[in-house]
Design a protein around this ligand. Structure first.
Ligand code: PLP
Length: 391
């Protein structure tokens, strides 16, 4: 079968090798701990679980409008109003199958062949392939641990061209946890607006920002330049609802109607039961968010304390998400020359599964997820430390 050029240029998942080797080792009876999770290690709040059961009992199983139930859009608007002081109308909102579909669909409706998209690196794995699937060209703007994995206008300027159409910004970031202060984010967005770029702000980790750092957002730029900004968010990370698949996009009505047109001809509305879960998550109590923040920030501090003692390893303190992204390239030797080989070694030697930095565009680093209980996390990090010493 001759598959399309489009699909042929999509990279296979870089985590595949590690995951299948981890499964193989487990099947041989080896104890393998995964520090590779991209999701919270706990369930959604109980009221959300109940709301889903009630939606099933009430037989809320039919199609809904493509953008989602009007009352859900109202609740999403309430989210933006409560956390960011802007109250979008329903026509400025749509719901998607996770933030991922929102991002994918935005690329589809915005890009023409050859349009360039600036993606600060290290970046979330899916951005470049989403751009390629929309016939665009991803342009990576790299940053390193020394720069706290953050970019600034001067650096972005070096990568802009006459074909640049979109800037993707992700704060807090997967894989680095780096989080822009509102001032630094404003500087970037001001620059992008002045260049006439469309900004996609992926704020999926906005609830996982650890004090004293504060939430920041592109919301005020949406208010002043609605035609240039889309904000993508969702409930996967904040409410531990990854599998329930609820994302949302806030954008200009023109952008939203095109997103709805695409979704209407592809997947239609998101799962009706998921919509009731989302309604409850958004309208019910939000203390779950505070509890998760506290838990994750404790784990971050504990893990960072261990990692910062590793000789030859640099790891900035991230202010958000649930990842650490240490630079480990000074440990490379004759046998281990890149992040994939390092992760393979750590899996074989220490029984710890990690994601190689190359998956996120940085082969000098590895990604450590701290979305697991603290004792297991500490134990796994100690094993990694030992494996580093054995190199
Ligand atoms: C940076 C980033 N954006 C978007 C997503 C998509 O999340 P979901 O589709 O589950 O909402 C993820 C998930 O890992 C992510 O890390």
């Amino acid at each position: 079968m001759q598959f399309s050029d489009r699909i042929n240029q999509v990279s296979p998942s870089a985590t595949l090798t590690i995951n299948s080797r981890a499964a193989e080792l487990r099947s041989q009876g080896r104890d393998v701990v995964s520090l590779a999770a991209g999701e919270p290690d706990f369930s959604p709040p109980e009221n959300v679980m109940q709301a889903m059961k009630q939606a099933v009992d009430a037989k809320h199983t039919g199609y809904t409008p493509v953008p989602g139930l009007p009352e859900l859009l109202k609740a999403v608007s309430g989210y933006f109003s409560f956390y960011y002081g802007v109250e979008p109308e329903n026509r400025m909102l749509t719901t998607t199958n996770g933030g991922k579909q929102g991002l994918y669909n935005l690329m589809q409706i915005l890009l023409n062949p050859g349009d360039e998209v600036l993606i600060p690196g290290p970046y979330w794995v899916s951005y470049p392939d989403m751009v390629k699937l929309a016939a665009g060209n991803p342009v990576i703007v790299p940053s390193s641990a020394e720069q706290n994995f953050q970019v600034e206008p001067g650096l972005l300027e070096e990568y802009i061209s006459k074909d640049t159409k979109v800037l993707v910004i992700n704060s807090p970031s997967n894989p680095t946890g780096a989080h822009y202060s509102q001032r630094d984010l404003d500087a970037i967005l001001d620059w992008a607006i002045n260049k006439g770029l469309f900004i996609i702000s992926d704020e999926i980790y906005d609830q996982l920002v650890y004090p004293p750092a504060k939430q920041s957002s592109a919301v005020k730029w949406f208010e002043s330049h609605p035609e240039n900004v889309a904000i993508v968010n969702g409930l996967s990370k904040s409410f531990a609802m990854t599998g329930i698949r609820v994302g949302f996009v806030m954008a200009d009505p023109g952008v939203i109607s095109n997103l709805n047109k695409l979704q209407g001809q592809s997947t239609s509305n998101i799962c009706s039961i998921a919509q009731y879960a989302a309604l409850e998550a958004l309208q019910g109590p939000h203390d779950f968010l505070q509890d998760s923040r506290k838990l994750f920030s404790q784990r971050r501090d504990r893990a960072l304390k261990i990692i910062q003692d590793w000789s030859g390893v640099t790891c900035p303190k991230p202010d958000g998400a649930f990842y650490l992204f240490p630079e480990i390239s000074s440990l490379y030797n004759g046998k281990i020359q890149d992040s994939t080989q390092m992760c393979t070694y750590l899996l074989e030697q220490a029984g710890v599964a990690l994601v190689p930095g190359v998956a996120f565009g940085d082969d000098d680093c590895i990604r450590i997820s701290y979305a697991l209980d603290e004792d297991t996390l500490v134990n796994a990090l100690q094993k990694v430390e030992q494996a580093f010493q054995d190199l």
